[in-house]
Design a protein around this ligand. Sequence first.
Ligand code: 475
Length: 811
Amino acid sequence: MFMEVTVKQFVREFKQQFQSMYAYSYEEGSNEQLYNALGLLVKNYISSYWKETREKYIKNSVKQVYYFSMEFLPGRQLRSKAYNLGLLDVIKEGLSELDLSFDQLAEAEADPALGNGGLGRLASCFMDSLASLGMAGNGNGIRYQYGLFRQKFVDGYQVELPENWLRYRNVWETRNDKSTCMVRFGGNVWLEENHQGHLVPHYENTLNVLAVPYDTPMVGYRNDTVNNLRLWSAEIPVEEEANYHTIEETEPIKEITQVLYPDDSNYEGRLLRLKQEYFMVSAGVQSIIRHFRKYNVPRKNIPDKVAIHINDTHPALVVPELMRILIDEEHLSWEQAWEITFKTCSYTNHTILREALEKWPIDMMKELLPRIYMIIEEINNRFVENTMPLYGERITWQTAILQNGVVNMAHLAVIGSHSVNGVARLHTDILMNDVLKDFFELYPERFNNKTNGITQRRWVHLANPDLTQLIDDKIGENWKLTPSELKVFKGFEKDKKTLNKLTDVKLKNKKRLADHIKEVKGITVDPNALFDVQIKRLHAYKRQHLNLLHILHRYLEIKENPSVDYVPRVFIFGAKAAPSYHYAKQIIKVINSLADLVNNDPDVGDKLKIVFFENYGVSLAEKIIPAADISEQISLASMEASGTSNMKLMANGALTLATLDGANIEIRDFVGEDNLFVFGLSSKEVYELKANQSYRARELYGSDQKLRNVLDALTNGTIPNLQDEGYALFDSLVNFNDEYFVLKDFASYVEAQNKVDDLYKDQSEWARKSLLNIASSAPFSADYTIQRYADDIWKVRSCVVEDEGVHLVDE
Ligand code: 475
């Protein structure tokens, strides 16, 4: 069972490693250098397992999953890799013998922000679970040279800076020049019959791009499994270098993998984004097929040996690309190729936001990917031919791939996959009854739910070591391998000593966060105050502005009556706005200006503090989440597909304050109604309100005095240093009828917040509920989620021998 390295051996090897890299003693090394040396040494320890895992998969010819995603958000990797290897303690001890601090070195690692938010982080949790379950799971994505922008606030406004995460090298990746692929764009394509009577495509004037894979090991939790995350980088083909005469001429190639698109909610339809998508898809599919060619797998057996997962529609071109290779290069018939493709592919939808759904102009697709477009057209024609006689005109045209001059990528993904899933029960219901309801009529058997999950290894064991120790002390360590055993912790809900310890752990985490707040924001907060946390992308549907209105309400109440009995609170935000999302940026500005007002008003004191962290991401989340008391999950019901910060916060003992949206509903079901705070419209009510168009935001403004005071404070100069941002909010909420029903939910939100205060006054009752949340969080382990994907969709099994690694008994 994994890595036997003694402290002595580690110390020796670390010194050697450092010296061989930098040619001086580790004592003179900077944190970056020390981190690099340590990282490479750990990677060295990993390498034999990486090799053996690969060989094992090949030898046993096991079925492999390829998770295609435009985004991965792995977070810093040193700690989690060392932990999963079982080496973390040895390394810490060894370093301290050298008078070095592991924590300090670990902070020197760049956090690869190769994703926008939930979808990318989910992909990385899944990679961790696949390896930890001993399943053959590969990631396939893009090695963006620049990750999601680095967010700064200047005078309260968001400013975006480039995220050059590769500046100091990336010790985890291995460039794999043996496995490059060529990806073709544009040019002319025509079909000609060859000697055997096959129609084969001929290409001229294509732009050829070399796809170079960079592989990163994904280490399973103490089970000898190391899987592969393959990220592709675009380069000029060596043999074509002479054709490029100036730096400018190389731009169209280099730009393909230069930067991540920073919008998680709006489909823009830029040509470059389509290039990125096809580049990643084509390189990935080519390298899969090449692998199976090499091992002589009969083509018809591909679905028994490969599952390709399409993470949202961004990689949906997998469908025509796999068809292309099977038909043009493997010379299969259309019918054979289709059977294989459809059985191999599966698709997850992550959002119902209409503006996020990808629809590529046919003209653009035709010009950039002529052969792929021909195939899409043929898929569409056959679909229409088959569907029309059975279901008639309406359904057929509603579900067609080609509609009004665009390629509907969700339709391509559904038609080309044997499985379509949503990411929480409610979300899947909405897909079946609304967003994809015509498809549900055509293919009910394809639809299924897979509620999201998170890896407790990163988000509890490592982010919250004191809580982990407390749980270990009470129920033993089995829960780490069998998450369902966490429920044993419920047995301590009435144990005063345990509850006190739990309160101590939380307070310690809050002190640590308070220090960090002081350091980076210069704000002094009281660790005994209630820490109220909303961390996620900034979007109107997530309703950070509802949170804002409530804070403003409290502020006004305090000003009117300084002795009002509010529990001291620190409102903590972390959120990036898409650079082109003007309204989201205005909300950021208003929150920041309100923070300036509230944090410096002597009448307010500790009753109210607002901390808006800059540059929210995985590393910051790891600091905030263990210190949270309240988890704000306040999206308009029906809008948030699942949420995953809700699960992380719950697992760390925060109490959820939620609308009945996404996975919040399942959280309620597991922890019980009494142990969280629910408010607001239900998704059914939201649908009804929208359908009967009876909502009048202005009437609420007119009739609710408290609400009016708050809304007026946006525009009457109460909040200092605003341009038109307060008016913009007021306008959208009052004059443009409040698209996300913020005003409608305001009263019940305030009421719920008051209940939060009341409960917090009873610290032992609070601790009891917190404990129940922790003990009820196991069902949201990504290990269970992945087991369900494996059983129901991918049909893959664990390759580790019994009694090693993670065990999934009942949930
Ligand atoms: C949902 N990202 C969460 C999470 O399932 C859910 C969209 C377009 C372009 C780039 N990124 C995106 C998303 O749609 C996204 O992150 N969706 C989120 O997926 C995981 O928990 O509710 O909003």
